[in-house]
Design a protein around this ligand. Structure first.
Ligand code: DOR
Ligand code: ZN
Length: 346
């Protein structure tokens, strides 16, 4: 197979940051995707509808001329999120969900939720207003091993939320383990998961290959090979509950290559091509379009995009770095050869 044409895909989990950084990255996503769920972990976070609407306007202003890209907004849940905030979000055509960051789990999560029990009325309101709960599913207690955080979160938190709010639509974001794949498979139509291109392509060895590799460090951290295999299987098998969400998370080269480097992998530059590499590894493109362009829209209750995106088999070299204010940005697979290239979108 030398050419792939799919319905214009969507990215169901994306970090765009804010001006002036957003201007350096937004065109990469807009070139390939029709829409993206825009993560709210700015500093300060996107907590209210007013915050989300203002951020949306800044994104629209940063888009290249003629772009048809649509940002889909989500609120950042805190201990103080109110039922009124959720009601207002539910009434907004631009806000599609709310994101749960356990406090301390990742970048800009300090204002996240310290005790899930405090959110019961918020979850109830989200269920009523049919907002999607996007979950960073990692337990944060210091005694939990970093490689077990996802599994422990399922056991300690996600099972309880699902039991108490059975009709709350939940996206278990950027899953990294066989445990998460099995949990989502065993669920129902109210539960789905996003899978990143990097978790389909690397296992945890990549973080330590010949030395410490900060550009392969993200959260949740990559796991063992058997977990990567499980993710690849879930993505490529065409199951409706799994779909693309890059978690592309730009941090400057300086912030990554530091004594305490930031978590996040910048994949937006080559996102669809990276997913194509992964499906090629799986040896089956028959469900590529479902994973990239259909399953997510169906779960979010949105129409599929009307355009198409084409990729051709074509070897090309990913640049070593990209422009970024005051520094540079190292894309995933920098300096390596990819075998698929986006050739046109309409
Ligand atoms: O690696 C990550 N980077 N994981 C997250 O959950 C957040 C993200 C970021 O914002 O940099
Ligand atoms: Zn993320």
């Amino acid at each position: 197979m030398n050419k792939l044409t799919i319905i214009t895909p969507d990215d169901w989990h994306l970090h765009l940051r804010d001006s002036p950084f957003m201007e350096a990255v937004v065109a990469d996503t807009a070139r390939q995707f029709g829409r993206a769920i825009i993560m709210p972990n700015l500093s300060p976070p996107v907590r209210s509808c007013a915050d989300a609407m203002a951020y949306r306007q800044r994104i629209l202003a940063a888009l290249p001329a003629q772009s048809h890209f649509t940002p889909l907004m989500t609120l950042y849940l805190t201990d103080n999120t109110s039922v009124e905030d959720i009601q207002a979000a539910g009434e907004s055509e631009f806000i599609h969900g709310a994101k749960l960051y356990p406090a301390g789990a990742t970048t800009n999560s300090a204002a996240g939720v310290t005790d899930l029990a405090k959110l019961d009325r918020v979850f109830e309101a989200m269920q009523e207003h049919r907002l999607v709960l996007q979950v960073h599913g990692e337990a944060t207690a210091p005694e939990v091993d970093i490689f077990d955080r996802e599994k422990v979160f399922i056991e300690q938190s996600l099972c309880r939320i699902r039991k108490d709010f059975p009709e709350l639509r939940i996206v278990f974001e950027h899953i990294t383990t066989l445990d998460a794949v099995e949990y989502v498979r065993a669920g129902d139509g109210f539960l789905a998961a996003t899978i990143t291109p990097h978790h389909l392509l690397i296992n945890r060895n990549a973080i330590f290959q010949g030395g410490i590799r900060p550009h392969h460090y993200c959260l949740p951290v990559a796991k063992r090979e058997r977990h990567r295999q499980a993710l690849l299987d879930a993505a490529s098998a065409g199951e409706a509950r799994f779909f693309a969400g890059t978690d592309s998370a730009p941090h400057s080269k300086d912030a990554k290559e530091a004594a305490c480097g930031c978590a996040g992998i910048y994949s937006a530059h080559t996102a669809v091509e990276l997913y194509a590499e992964a499906f090629e590894l799986a040896g089956d493109f028959s469900n590529f379009e479902k994973f990239m362009s259909c399953n997510g829209a169906d779960f979010y209750g949105l129409p599929q995009n009307s355009g198409t995106l084409s990729l051709a088999r074509n070897e090309w070299l990913v640049p070593d770095s990209l422009p970024y204010p005051d520094s540079s940005l190292v894309p995933f697979r920098a300096g390596e050869t990819l075998h698929w290239k986006v050739v046109d979108g309409e």
